[in-house]
Write a protein that binds this ligand. Structure first.
Ligand code: PLP
Length: 407
């Protein structure tokens, strides 16, 4: 993604960030709507986060031993996510998803995993199968280097395709260890679940003894204090968290039902470990960031998201270019070329070339967007209504110019 392969051109090298702004090495400033792929919910260089990391730094960078702050962060997570009874800190979202799947396999004694096309769960072998995000735009759904035998254990369905999911679970449920899902996928652009898709998934996985894993690496702490599971009132068996959890430093977690987590070493036999797990600087940044996320903060993020959606929809309508804006809270995607997107197949039917023109027009106007149709834009607590106005004004200019030049 960082290489801009989906849109062409050369990405700027970033020198510094503050609040909602980034400045590149040539001194050009941008309003940042990438927010480090969702991680920087407090904005860049938030004083409270910097202070917390600075204080932790004075005590040493890493000990490879338990610290009180880890427990404090774990308490905060379990308070906000009641379905997480126990958790394990790790260093990346990839590690969290990979470990959650191994745990589900160890717990159930089954090998297969069901995932959804266009959902990205990091780059572990078994999950790099019809994944979204960077793998999607590289056109390498099954990356070279992933053994066929490993990929063969991963079943894939389209998101929101209930009949297919139902058939797979009814036919192969007794062999499936886990269903892994981004409850609101953001790695094929933002695609909200239709109807009671997630509720039905919960019910049927429960019936077949399949572990339901919500990958909330993006949506956790983003769609509300308790993530997507709170928003949709669903208790998954396991949850993966990352990005915001580390407040811009490398930290992630997986956790859930205590009876499942007790299968994890050292209590149980499923091995998982990491030298830098629970790194004190990352934990300090995470605690400070999560501490900023009050109900009021989520109200502000929601309002900014709604303003951005309305403005972009208006710009799209006025330009006459077909497309849609899909949003969940403070994450949203402008899809070009389709009236709606409910799954990966529809996301791929969008107009990537048109998106590239739009993207470059926006960057020229100092609006830093995710460089692909298959990503989400993110808002942070540092964004203001003025920043969103800037975004909408630029989008309007760019879309009208494209319409005038002929699509
Ligand atoms: N899961 C989801 C939903 C993600 O969006 C990502 C990364 O974008 C990951 C897992 C992998 O996380 P990381 O890049 O920290 O390994």
């Amino acid at each position: 993604m960082r290489a801009w392969r989906a849109v062409g051109g050369t990405p700027p090298f970033i020198q510094r960030g503050r609040g909602a702004e980034l400045v590149d090495v040539d001194g050009k400033a941008y309003v940042d709507f990438v927010c480090s792929w969702g991680a920087m919910v407090a904005g860049h260089a938030h004083p409270r986060v910097l202070r917390a990391v600075g204080e932790a730094l004075k005590r040493g960078t890493h000990f490879g031993a338990p610290t009180a702050q880890e427990v404090e962060l774990a308490r905060e997570v379990t308070r906000r996510f009641p379905a997480i009874e126990k958790l394990r800190l790790v260093s990346s979202g990839t590690e969290a998803a990979m470990s959650a799947v191994r745990l589900a396999r160890g717990f159930t004694g089954r090998d297969k995993v069901l995932k959804f096309a266009g959902c990205y769960h990091g780059h572990s072998d078994g999950l790099l199968v019809r994944a979204g995000s960077g793998s999607l735009t590289f056109g390498v759904p099954d990356s070279p280097g992933v053994p066929t035998a490993v990929a063969g254990l991963t079943l894939v369905a389209e998101f929101n395709d209930w009949p297919r999911v139902q058939a797979l679970l009814c036919e192969q449920g007794s062999e499936i260890a886990a269903v892994l899902v981004e409850p609101v996928p953001a790695n094929m652009g933002v695609v909200p679940p239709v109807g009671d898709f997630l509720g039905r998934l919960r019910e049927l996985t429960h019936r077949h003894g399949v572990v339901l894993i919500f990958d909330e690496v993006i949506t956790g702490f983003r769609l509300g204090s308790g993530g997507a599971q709170q928003r949709f009132d669903i208790s998954p068996d396991l949850t993966c968290l990352g990005k915001i959890l580390g407040g811009g430093l490398p930290l992630a977690a997986f956790g859930g039902r205590a009876d499942i987590m007790s299968h994890l070493a050292p209590d149980g036999g499923v091995y998982q470990a990491g030298t830098l797990s629970g790194n004190p600087l990352a934990v300090a940044a995470g605690l400070a960031t999560v501490g900023l996320l009050s109900e009021r903060a989520y109200g502000e993020l929601e309002a900014l998201g709604a303003q951005a959606q309305e403005g972009l929809e208006r710009a799209l309508r006025d330009s006459g270019i077909p497309g849609c804006v899909q949003r969940a809270g403070s994450m949203l995607t402008l899809f070009l070329g389709r009236p709606s997107v409910r799954n990966f197949a529809e996301a791929r039917a969008c107009d990537g070339a048109l998106f590239a023109r739009y993207f470059h027009g926006m960057v020229e106007r100092q609006i830093y967007l995710p460089p692909s149709q298959f990503e989400a834009m993110f808002l942070s607590l540092a964004h203001t209504s003025d920043h969103v106005d800037q975004l909408v004004r630029a989008a309007r200019e760019v879309l009208l110019a494209i319409a005038k030049a002929g699509q």
